[in-house]
Design a protein around this ligand. Structure first.
Ligand SMILES: [Mn+2]
Length: 476
């Protein structure tokens, strides 16, 4: 594409690697091997960048799968970054929705160690190319976004804007490419995007817009080869080419139930027809019959053929629009058990509210105290203190906070994808190991202690005791 506005001549061709959505630390399907796979995929991108002597690597967000990566994840990531540093290749990055923390970011830590540069409103100059970045912005904050904070480039051939966002017209967007391009106080020649896990390349006006795709499969729905982009910028034009990454194979094996007595034999023979060893394999059950099948038994069959991750999808329970009516979870769900325990504690409205906030996995830990303050404050305002404290705690159904946008699904937005990612989350998001055991203990201990205390009081308080003074805590 010819660019008329170039005001500075390019001395030479510049090669930029564009990657995103590496999701380091994602233990997909509870598998440590899958965690390694995610690291390995990113490592391939880094190796390629060094081999082709790239001028820069741009990471467009979701470096980590979680805002609380493990120490191991951080160390592994730093080792990869160090390899780039040794090769004198700058790593330019922004913050994605998955790793986003409240103020200081992981990238700030890496930047302070000289491993990365965090892109923002002040241009980073690479030869005559200026790079700007916008960290992932939650949907609710998009209308408030202030574009006037960007510094104009002094003199550049091309301006690059890096973002982590679902953008229209490529996908059902949170933000619109043309709107953003028209709002920043500089001409955008190239938008390098993350968040959408599928490779895309379009032009909006005279601006190139591209998603490089995720480096590993975050769900079964991410069927295409994973990839990163090689961007070649010359005096004459910008070239975007996609490079695929060899990742572990995912396989779907359809089995149609014809004879309920032969289900497992049919599964076994279907599995035997394929090379399944070391792969992530989903047996997909079709057929009209209502006969119930044992997922465990099918998983046994897959494991006997050395599958890495065995899975079963019962497509008889999927409606035409791709929604699964019910997901069979074969293991015990600790979350339900905790819910029951909490119900049995007869907490007051305020108590339930705090409990809900503390256990809301979608709420960043750093936001817990603000959220509690806000919502308890609202509760306080709605209370009528002219009336005596109700004798029995009032139980109200709490509406759950709408914090999904903070860390929502960031897959391509086909209904099937969302469903699969949701399904995975409902199974993997609350593994037993992540339920804070001490917390569970505390609930029980505190309630027991309290009831003991109250029992004591009951016995010791004489019948003619002076009227009770209510304090704020009693109303909660
Ligand atoms: Mn992502």
């Amino acid at each position: 594409m010819q660019l008329g506005h170039s005001i500075v001549k390019m001395e030479r061709e510049i090669k930029i690697i564009h990657t995103a959505d590496t999701h380091i630390g994602y233990r997909q399907y509870h598998s440590d091997v899958r965690r390694q796979d995610f690291l390995q995929a990113f490592s391939i991108v880094i190796d390629d960048a060094i081999k082709m002597n790239a001028d820069a690597v741009v990471h467009a967000g979701d470096l980590f799968d979680s805002r609380t990566p493990s120490l191991e994840d951080i160390l592994d990531t730093m080792k990869l970054f160090s390899r780039l540093k040794e090769a004198n290749i700058p790593l330019l990055a922004i913050v994605g929705n998955h790793e986003s923390k409240q103020s200081t970011q992981w990238l700030d830590l890496f930047e302070s160690m000289g491993l990365t540069t965090r892109l923002g409103t002040v241009p980073y100059m690479l030869e005559n190319i200026s790079f700007y970045g916008i960290d992932s912005v939650p949907r609710s904050k998009i209308p408030l976004f202030d574009f006037s904070v960007f510094e104009e480039p002094v003199a550049s051939s091309y301006n690059v804007l890096v973002m982590h966002q679902l953008m229209s017209p490529i996908t059902a967007g949170e933000w619109d490419c043309a709107y953003v391009i028209g709002s920043v106080p500089f001409h955008v020649d190239l938008m390098l995007l993350g968040d959408y896990h599928k490779y895309e390349k379009i032009t909006v006006g005279d601006t190139w817009v591209t998603y490089c795709g995720s480096t590993e499969r975050n769900s079964l729905a991410e069927e295409e080869n994973r990839s990163y982009n090689i961007i070649t910028v010359s005096e004459k034009d910008i070239d975007i080419s996609r490079r695929t990454i060899l990742t572990r194979e995912f396989l779907r094996i359809p089995v149609t139930i014809r004879d309920p007595a032969r289900i497992y034999e049919d599964v076994l023979s279907a599995v035997k027809e394929q090379d399944v060893a070391g792969k992530v394999v989903f047996v997909e059950i079709n057929g009209d019959t209502d006969v119930s099948i044992s997922h465990a038994e099918i998983e046994e069959i897959l494991l006997s053929r050395n599958v890495l991750v065995p899975g079963v999808r019962d497509l008889r329970k999927v409606t035409e629009d791709g929604f699964e009516l019910s997901v069979s979870i074969s293991f015990y769900d600790p979350d339900d058990e905790i819910k029951n325990e909490i119900n049995n504690m007869h907490l007051s409205t305020g108590g339930l509210l705090v409990d809900e906030i503390v256990r809301d996995l979608s709420l960043p830990k750093t936001k817990v105290s603000d959220e509690a303050e806000n919502r308890l404050g609202n509760l306080l305002e709605s209370m009528d203190f002219s009336k005596p404290m109700p004798l029995a705690p009032v139980h109200e159904k709490m509406s759950s906070p709408s914090s999904e946008e903070e860390n929502g699904p960031t897959q391509p937005s086909s209904p099937e994808t969302d469903v699969i990612r949701e399904t995975e989350r409902s199974v993997t998001c609350i593994p037993e190991s992540e339920i804070p055991e001490p917390e569970k203990e505390n609930y029980r201990t505190v309630s027991e202690k309290q009831s003991e205390k109250y029992d004591d009081k009951k016995q010791k308080t004489p019948a003619h005791a002076k009227p009770k003074q209510y304090n704020l805590g009693d109303y909660f």
